[in-house]
Write a protein that binds this ligand. Structure first.
Ligand code: NIG
Ligand code: FE
Length: 427
């Protein structure tokens, strides 16, 4: 075997490899107190005790050696739910909500998502691509090494097709894995008179999306006053028919049967679920639908997050994401999502860490290659600024991620993008 590219040693490793991934059955995660990992060709080829690994590995002249000095080493975060592809911010809307206007009320009045649709339509292609890459680079500096990005600020077939094209440009030569989700049904286009015709057009678009491999999954904002369970069912059935994975923004603000629909259709995930019923959660557990927790959104919308205890009781597998978007969760920080999951939703640190890595990878179909540290998996990992990974929950609002590696290459150091990352933003 050729010499390794990189060996990291004297690290306190939490591989997230052997613990059960169901909530409720998680004990403490396996730890390697003084561990090492060996990287070749972007993958982990060995992981174990430092002494053993070093004595059994033949280093080459080019092998980079990194002494972690006892710091915590964990899998890179997989952020399985973002709306990073857009232009503009919505700071005044935040203030409107504080002064009593509802999120859906603002949307119905032509603001909210519609405002971002207008800003995105007005922006140049290159500006959107660059802004999206910048957001991804910031996420990486906070430890994200794989991310899902949705379309959804187009709403019409023509504008959504443009966003799919821009998403392909964003992904070109990307230093981290980017999963693509088509969210054409994110809101009704302004002034839609014939809703049935619009749905038909959007459903018909899916065959093209699949055939040209423009997205991996399809999502719908299923919510009272937005898309009904019937609208969502028809669209997701059309997606399934062309072999696209399906997901759902479900029961975000009001219970509308979204969790049950996700279970019925065998969706990969149902996301948000702030207003999901226990029956809905149990139905999801029974069919293996992952619940994607977005505690940053609950925090920012002043709502109570989905509690870990309810998911434990239902036996549903939980993932964690930022929901990065300009209206309901402008953060791209996975450490912030982790801290909120513990302190506002009752996740145990071990549960939250699995939710942000292994279970998150499953929510975007990357479980076979990412989300845990094991031989054959991508060398996507983080060094924290403490030996105890729980610093992530302790130093809330801060960035305890000191070094970020994806595919064995360093992309950030102490919150700053490396040259490689900066070049990608500008390329
Ligand atoms: O996940 N709920 C729908 N979509 C996003 C918010 C989009 C926006 O407000 O721009 C969400 O919360
Ligand atoms: Fe969302």
């Amino acid at each position: 075997m050729s010499a390794p590219d990189l060996v990291v040693f004297h690290a306190h490793i939490t591989p997230c490899d052997d613990a059960t991934t169901q909530m409720g059955a998680i004990g403490e995660l396996r730890q390697i107190e003084d561990g090492a990992i060996v990287v070749r060709g972007g993958k982990i080829t060995r992981i174990g005790e430092t002494e053993r690994v070093l004595s059994e590995t033949t280093l080459g002249p080019e092998t980079q050696l990194l002494d972690a000095g006892g710091r915590a080493l964990i899998p890179g975060f997989v952020d399985p739910h973002t709306h990073a592809l857009h232009a503009g911010r919505r700071i005044p809307e935040m203030q409107l909500r504080q002064d009593g206007r509802g999120y859906l009320e603002i949307l119905q009045a032509g603001g909210g998502i519609q405002e971002t649709v207008r800003a995105t339509e007005a922006a140049e292609d290159a500006a959107i691509v660059r802004a999206t890459r910048q957001r991804i680079a910031q996420a990486v500096a906070y430890g994200t090494t794989a991310v899902e990005v949705k379309t959804g600020y187009g709403l019409t077939a023509a504008r959504e097709t443009r966003l799919l094209r821009l998403l392909a440009l964003v992904r070109k030569r990307a230093p981290i894995a980017i999963a693509r989700t088509f969210l054409g049904l994110h809101a009704w286009p302004m002034g839609t008179s014939d809703r049935a015709a619009h749905l038909q057009e959007m459903n018909a678009l899916l065959a093209d999306v699949a055939q040209k491999e423009l997205a991996d999954a399809v999502d719908v904002f299923c919510e009272e006053g937005v898309f009904s369970v019937e609208d969502a069912r028809a669209h997701l059935e059309a997606a399934r028919a062309v072999s696209l994975a399906i997901r759902l923004h479900a029961d975000e603000l009001r219970p509308s049967g979204g969790a049950e629909l996700a279970a019925e259709l065998g969706a990969r995930s149902a996301d948000h679920l702030l207003a999901a019923t226990d029956e809905g959660l149990r139905a999801m557990a029974a069919t293996g639908v992952i619940s994607v927790n977005l505690p940053g959104t609950a925090f920012f919308l002043h709502e109570r997050p989905l509690q870990a205890a309810r998911q434990r009781e239902a036996g549903v597998r939980a993932a964690l994401a930022t929901d990065q978007n300009p209206g309901s969760s402008p953060t791209f920080s996975m450490p912030m999502a982790l801290a909120l999951a513990m302190h506002t939703a009752g996740f145990r640190p071990a549960e939250a860490l699995l939710a942000a890595t292994r279970n998150a990878a499953a929510a975007v179909g990357m479980e076979e290659h990412r989300g845990q540290l094991a031989e054959g998996f991508a060398a996507d990992f983080l060094l924290l600024d403490d030996s105890d990974y729980r610093v992530l929950f302790y130093a809330f609002g801060m960035n305890p991620v000191s070094q970020v590696f994806a595919g064995g290459r360093q992309l950030a150091q102490d919150g700053n993008a490396t040259e490689e990352m900066r070049q990608w933003i500008d390329s």
